[in-house]
Design a protein around this ligand. Structure first.
Ligand SMILES: [Zn+2]
Length: 311
């Protein structure tokens, strides 16, 4: 129950971002890839890849209808039709806009892992309800689900483009999928990597997250550019190293306070201050207290028997 409350508070805070004004689209199309995002709190990425067949594969579709419509407009500006939409994980800032894209491109196939699709459909964390309650006019009445799912690892062939999908397991979310384009070396990782933005440890799974980063490195040795769920794309080595450092360092800072003073408000406040001092980052979701939420998640992780301090 505690974990559920933790996640609910995380998502409730996530929704704060929807009050932020919809900013200007910063579409930047490279040779084959494009991006819609916007500056400031609540920033989240919608990426796309141009296919050999003249279409687009879109990855993740924004947290609310207004931003999804802007992302759609940016994708439309390429003049290419959306052939498919890939969802990286079951957090609402990545799937709420599915219906907007599906309505505009009814023939586009929405893909996700079974876990992600089931998370959207059954809503075990109450995300969908929160999205609707927070800003009904900016939320779908019915959440569009993926059309097709894969159980684990698969290779998709979409409009002449090969995309390798690898399920990365529990880390930032209850599961997440990495999508890799072998022909270009582009690797789309959802929120397994956030480029110099605060991460969310609501799942109390930083150990698994570190393993997932190592798996990304090993599974995709030829990946050149990592495209995160939040923050700018960049070279694989730097982005993976930065994310690893953020997790290891924040965890040590929090653990020091946990060992010193136990699971207390004072220890959490001290951990919060230490993390913000070490990483003066923006947050990716307009989370008023993202670090405090993550400290709660870290302390819950520390309380697991394998990590509990010796009495
Ligand atoms: Zn996210």
């Amino acid at each position: 129950m505690y974990r559920r409350n933790l996640l609910l508070s995380a998502v409730a805070a996530l929704l704060v971002s929807t009050i932020a004004p919809v900013g200007p689209a910063l579409a930047q199309s490279g040779d084959r890839t494009g991006l819609y995002t916007y500056p400031g709190p609540g920033t989240v990425n919608t990426h796309w890849i141009e296919t050999p067949g003249g279409g687009l594969v879109v990855i993740d579709v924004q947290r609310d209808l207004a931003h999804a419509r802007e992302a759609l407009a940016a994708a439309r500006a390429t003049g290419k039709p959306v052939r498919a939409i890939l969802v990286t994980h079951g957090h609402p800032d990545h799937y709420v806009g599915l219906g907007v894209f599906k309505e505009a491109f009814p023939n586009a196939v929405i893909w996700s892992s079974e876990t992600t699709s089931e998370t959207i459909r059954t809503d075990p964390y109450g995300f969908n309800k929160l999205v609707q309650e927070f800003d009904p006019a900016n939320a779908p009445t019915v959440f569009t689900l993926p059309d097709r799912t894969f159980g684990g690892d698969t290779t998709l062939e979409i409009d002449g483009l090969q995309i390798v999908a690898r399920e990365m397991g529990k880390a930032e979310a209850n599961s997440g999928t990495a999508y890799y384009v072998p022909s270009t070396g582009d690797l789309y990782v959802g929120d397994l990597v956030l480029n110099r933005l605060h991460a969310l440890f609501g799942e109390s799974s930083t150990s698994e997250w570190l393993t997932a980063l190592d798996r990304l490195d090993i599974l995709f040795p030829n990946a050149r550019v990592v495209h995160p769920g939040h923050g700018a794309s960049g070279p694989k080595e730097r982005l993976l190293a930065d994310q690893r450092d953020y997790i290891v360092t924040t965890r040590r800072l929090a653990l020091a306070e946990y060992v010193r003073a136990g699971d207390t408000p004072a220890a959490k406040a001290a951990a919060n201050r230490a993390i913000i001092a070490r990483f003066p980052y923006e947050n990716p979701a307009g989370l008023r207290d993202i670090v405090a939420i993550s400290v709660d998640g870290l302390f819950a992780e520390f309380a697991k028997p394998a990590l509990a301090p010796v009495k």
